[in-house]
Write a protein that binds this ligand. Sequence first.
Ligand code: MF3
Ligand code: CO
Length: 251
Amino acid sequence: MINIKTAKEIEKMRSAALISAKALELAGSMCVAGIDCYSIDEAVRKYIFSENAMPSFLDYNGYPKSCCISINDMVIHGIPSRDVVLKNGDIVSVDVGAKYEGYNGDNAYTFVVGGVSEEVRSFLSTAEDALFAGIECAVKGRRVGDISLAVQQVVERCNYGIIREFVGHGVGRQLHEEPEVPNFLDNVNFKGPRLAPGMVVAIEPMVSMGDGKVVRCADGWGIRTRDGSLAAHFEHTVLITDSKPVILTKL
Ligand code: MF3
Ligand code: CO
């Protein structure tokens, strides 16, 4: 069942999403050469608690930290560690959610440390464009598959690879609710559920410069590209309304 949020619930979602967005901004501001990922996670955790919220990921299925920090060929679920120090030219995907008064926000962004090549900049902007193309389709009366197709078309037009093993999702009291929001559509005749006002979805393209195939790290969490190519992850929590989509995690 897809939850339709009441006006009261949407206000709580708005607060949770705003805290999530500020936590992500804080993490991004710390992505400089020489810092270790544990320190970024600590700052994120402290910030979220200071807002009387809880890190949504902490203890989620046993996840040990407050955010995910995934560097270069790591796509998602990188566990922040003291041993991992950022260096110039790294691309750093930070994913963070906050739970406030029982409701979750969820967002992610791939930051750059120092400078990267034009080729990498173009890759990152395509991945972000794919997110926004998906968001534009988060409109009442359309279907989940319209979001999926829009994301896929932006990514594949540039010959980048979509990660298929992980998908976006509804978000609310639970971090992951129905519906699943894939970043691809295999059958245009099965576009999935219709979108309605009051639904909230996390749209989150995960994209690689290579073929999109992934492998799991030995820690059981981290997901890397199989071919070692760079990966990007952009995510917003989006409310479907009577008119335009509202990005709840926008600052
Ligand atoms: N951030 C993921 C998502 O966007 C969920 C992370 S779950 C955790 O859906 F276990 F890593 F915390
Ligand atoms: Co998510």
